[in-house]
Design a protein around this ligand. Structure first.
Ligand code: ADP
Ligand code: MG
Length: 692
């Protein structure tokens, strides 16, 4: 191929090598056996791809200058259709000969009574017949600039044909023969041949299966060998004692009984800590289900056995909040005063002091942001790491904490985000999972309402009556990277609006957002947590984990702009005390159908897992909780974490059987698997698209 086309292929589609081209799979297949008659095209079926067979009876340039287009008329015995090309028409012009018969495919549309087709694919009937095609032809993703140099979908198809002739004898197998036979998979060569040039629909689906399986199998081998490495070595700290700190705290310092779920999870954790293996446990539970308390008790177990703990939170605010509540809960216990907080904004002198007390072992629990990962943070004897709201930390960041002691500390990862199973199996596939599926008793379910602008005055009245009862209120504005400037403007306007509607001295209103200095944020949070301010106007900063039990109302502005899981997270900021709590979703008047569905789901249910399932449905094969980013980070070419759950489960079971017998994949028959495993590395870090 010439240099110009080659370099366009690289810049437009990232195709640089033969392998890249080979892995550029069709995204759908044309059924070349099905030919429509032009007269059959109606406005109803116009949206889908069709293939037509007819003769070109005329062509002409229409319009002037930049609006110029090439128009050709295709006719069969039932009617006529106009074929249109805008811009860069020279290659199309060359292909189209008046009087010849063509097979044409594309999406028809209607302007008035006449059907037309923009940028169709076409091929002479002669050429089609000479190729002896079985009927299914791959359609390849391309771009406008590639199309302009003749690399249309069909151009790419021809390229694949040429390539395949040259390399088909050189396709190396990537799976061991015994796996292929046992699970009746196509060979790699058969799979590649059939994904590009399917000889039947059955073989096409087996080809897709084989290629998806290979990817997901590689991912699982990688993740499960991390886990196998952990469980084959007896390298976990042994915590046999339930000592005084734990007992005293449990019996004398918790003002409520633990829920059944909390007790069960603590037992699971205890079992890990006495197994001799390193614990790597994911603790899932809805917001407010009491995960932090479980974490604290786990850290007290560590302390009872002579080990320090650290607790890592994704934001400065959260870290300080955790510190405040842990320090408060430990008042009057032997651990009082042996907790510290370290973040990026800790002043040099204080930092030096904390680092020294951590190294000497005086600090039992060190709480902080990812500043804790830094090398200068050294412990006397770190035995337990708790990671809160971990979706911001990746596998590698976690692994870095392992090096802070001679043996890896135990790890407890907490999340309130219900994670689809497929994602959990890939991102956290090396973790064991505990679930808190029970809320503390006495919680009143949060009442959720959806209001439109016209009712804003009523909303203010309601807010005032809640404040009169002594309650506090969050007002939250969306903040999205793409529209950050405008979002900030809305936030400032909203704040002005609120202080006018809720004037001093009767009402005190605070604000918190990402552009504020850390001290100011901490101060704003403190004024609200201490009950000084009645209202806190905020961005999604308050999304994760902030705990102010007296806040019983959350107003979410432009609620239609938030995703379901974000809305649910935000709602979890209230309903933490014994008062009736409310979540008010404010939206514009005209909502898309999806936005309407999200908001009414919020009104109907408080169940996070139910909402995450609905989220999956609404977004379809799209992106749920980072499944797409994770897939990309894993460099999956064909498998999808949101739709290939079954293949993933299958791959996981097989991978774990193999690793049980050969944990290092060192047996000769598993030589290929070692290479496969190394190709798929766990993603580093997933950003959930929230900013704070
Ligand atoms: P999470 O971290 O899961 O969001 P927290 O641990 O912050 O939840 O708990 C939320 C609130 O519920 C806290 O104020 C906590 O003191 C309280 N809480 C925790 N466990 C219980 C329980 N078993 N009974 C009553 N209240 C509880
Ligand atoms: Mg929490």
């Amino acid at each position: 191929m010439g240099e110009k086309r080659a370099s366009l292929l690289a810049t437009e589609l990232g195709i640089r090598t033969v392998a890249d081209l080979l892995h550029h799979y069709p995204y759908r297949y044309l059924d070349r056996t099905k030919v429509y008659r032009i007269g059959e095209i109606t406005e109803e079926n116009a949206a889908s791809f069709v293939q037509l067979r007819g003769r070109i009876i005329g062509k002409a340039y229409l319009g002037e200058g930049r609006k110029q287009r090439l128009s050709a008329t295709l006719a069969d015995s039932t009617g006529q259709i106009e074929l249109i090309w805008f811009q860069r028409t020279s290659w199309a012009e060359k292909q189209i000969e008046v009087g010849r018969e063509y097979l044409v495919s594309g999406k028809p549309s209607f302007f008035g009574p006449r059907a037309n087709m923009v940028h169709p694919e076409l091929e002479t009937v002669e050429k089609f017949l000479s190729r002896g095609n079985n009927g299914m032809q791959g359609v390849y993703r391309t771009t406008e600039r590639l199309t302009a140099v003749g690399l249309t979908s069909k151009g790419l198809y021809s390229l694949q044909c040429t390539l395949w002739q040259q390399i088909r004898e050189h396709i190396a197998e990537t799976l061991p023969q015994y796996v292929i036979e046992r699970f009746d998979l196509l060979s790699r060569r058969e799979a590649l041949e059939n994904i590009h040039f399917p000889s039947s629909p059955q073989l096409l689906s087996r080809a897709i299966y084989r290629l998806k399986f290979e990817e997901l199998f590689g991912v699982q081998l990688g993740i499960l060998s991390v886990k196998a490495g952990r469980t084959t070595h007896k390298n976990g700290f042994f915590f046999p004692r339930v000592g005084e700190l734990f007992d005293d705290f449990y019996h004398n310092h918790i003002p409520f009984p633990l829920t059944g779920a909390q007790k069960r999870v603590l037992k699971e954790i205890r079992a890990d800590l006495t197994s001799g293996h390193q614990m790597n446990r994911l603790l899932q539970g809805d917001v407010g289900s009491g995960k932090t308390l479980v974490a604290l008790m786990t850290m007290l177990l560590a302390a009872d056995n002579g080990y320090q703990s650290c607790m890592m939170a994704p934001t400065e605010i959260l870290a300080r909040q955790h510190y405040a509540s842990v320090a408060r809960m430990l008042q009057g216990t032997a651990a009082e005063g042996r907790v510290a907080v370290l973040t990026g904004s800790t002043k040099t002198r204080e930092r030096r002091d904390i680092l020294a007390r951590t190294l000497s072992g005086e600090v039992l629990i060190l709480i902080g942001t990812h500043a804790l990962i830094e090398d200068r943070v050294q412990f006397e004897n770190l035995g337990m790491v708790v990671i809160d709201e971990q979706h911001r930390f990746g596998v590698e960041q976690r692994a870095k904490l392992w090096t802070k002691n001679s043996q890896p500390p135990h790890i407890l990862v907490m999340t309130a985000t219900p994670i689809p199973r497929t994602l959990a199996m890939t991102l956290y596939g090396d973790l064991d999972v505990s679930v808190i599926d029970e809320m503390p008793a006495g919680r009143k379910p949060i009442k959720t309402y959806h209001l439109k602008e016209a009712l804003r005055l009523r909303l203010h009245g309601f807010m005032k009556s809640e404040i009169a009862k002594g309650r506090q209120i969050y007002v939250v504005y969306p903040l999205i990277k793409e529209s950050e400037a405008l979002d900030y403007q809305n936030l400032y306007d909203g704040f002005d609006h609120i202080i006018q509607a809720f004037p001093l001295p009767e009402y005190k209103v605070g604000a918190i957002h990402g552009k504020m200095a850390p001290e100011d944020k901490a101060e704003a949070m403190k004024l609200f947590a201490e009950g000084v301010n009645n209202i806190l106007v905020a961005t999604s900063v308050i999304e994760v984990g902030v705990d102010v039990p007296n806040a019983s109302v959350i107003v979410i502005e432009s609620a239609e702009r938030f995703g379901l899981s974000q809305l649910h997270q935000l709602r979890g900021r209230v309903g933490r005390g014994s008062e009736q709590s409310y979540c008010i979703l404010m939206s514009g008047d005209n909502l898309s159908r999806d936005a309407e569905a999200r908001l009414s789901a919020m009104v109907e249910t408080n169940d996070g897992f139910q909402l995450s399932e609905l989220d999956l449905k609404l977004r379809g094969a799209g992106d749920v909780n980072g499944t797409r980013q994770s897939g990309e980070a894993l460099e999956l070419q064909i498998a999808s974490l949101s739709t290939d759950g079954q293949i993933l489960e299958h791959a996981r079971v097989i991978a774990s059987h193999i690793l049980e017998r050969d944990p290092e994949l060192s047996k000769p028959e598993n030589r290929l698997l070692l290479a496969l495993k190394q190709r798929y590395k766990a993603p580093n870090s997933i950003d959930y698209g929230m900013i704070s």
